[in-house]
Design a protein around this ligand. Structure first.
Ligand code: CTP
Ligand code: CA
Length: 227
């Protein structure tokens, strides 16, 4: 059962995907961001659509074109993303949180552009952001499956498993982002799909292929669960 022969096995599902890296302003021209390309989330959106799902893609800035047949919402900050996700949660049956969401924002945003003059060393005070995924888990309807991602630079599987438990999600896709050529800002990915019952290893493959594999595992979670 290869990815291409699977047909429209997501018919009847509404899949909400978050993608890209959120941005938090420092001043009118600067922001705190991250290296997420958005490719993994977009690949999941495209695959879910092809497999018959209704797809809502909530995307931080990426530069990627809007996939055909997908309902797209553009967001920038964590708060924007949170609001967009919460507004669509009731109609969603599968949530895939592939976005790289900022953990910190500037405690205060400068009204005017910060100037070079006199700035030998500047320290920026940061505050934490809300954990959208946790809020999703707390507010989802019965039967809505929630898949988180975990980008790790060390102890990928152990950290991913800790996230699975801490966040109460149905599954975590763990990526080791410490290696060049896979994960962040790359066409390829590798990692594992963790659930409370075990782990499925994903060897190095394209993000397009991994998206299909993730959806295959999501469907397995559906089996036996009331829907
Ligand atoms: N996430 C989120 N809201 C945040 C931070 C993360 O919804 N403010 C989501 C991400 O989209 C991802 C999952 O939580 O699906 C895990 O993100 P990750 O950064 O790996 O985990 P954190 O809980 O932020 O922990 P840390 O960065 O400290 O490892
Ligand atoms: Ca984080």
């Amino acid at each position: 059962e290869g990815a291409v022969e699977q047909g429209r096995d997501f018919t009847g599902e509404t899949v909400l995907v978050t993608a890209g890296g959120t941005r938090e302003a420092i001043d009118p021209v600067r922001f705190i961001g991250n290296r997420s390309s958005g490719r993994m989330g977009y690949a999941v959106a495209v695959a879910a659509r092809r497999r018959g799902a209704k797809v809502v893609l909530i995307s931080a800035p990426t530069g990627l074109p809007c996939p055909a047949g997908v309902e797209m919402e553009h967001v920038v900050t964590v708060e924007d993303m949170r609001a967009a996700v919460m507004a669509r949660l009731n109609e969603t049956t599968v949530v895939v949180m592939a976005a790289a969401v900022s953990d910190y924002r500037a405690k205060s945003v400068a009204d005017q552009k910060m100037k070079r003059e006199g700035a030998q060393a500047v320290s920026l005070e940061l505050a934490g952001t809300v954990d959208i995924l946790r809020e999703v888990v707390g507010r989802r309807r019965d039967g809505t499956l929630v898949v988180g991602f975990a980008a790790e630079t060390e102890n990928a599987v152990a950290n991913g498993r800790a996230k699975l438990e801490r966040k109460g999600v149905d599954a975590v896709v763990v990526n080791d982002v410490s290696k060049d050529g896979i994960g962040f800002d790359s066409e390829q990915n590798a990692g594992s799909f963790l659930t409370k019952d075990g782990a499925v290893e994903f060897p190095v493959m394209s993000k397009t292929e991994m998206a299909e594999r993730i959806l295959d595992e999501v469907l397995k979670l559906r089996v036996g669960a009331a829907h």
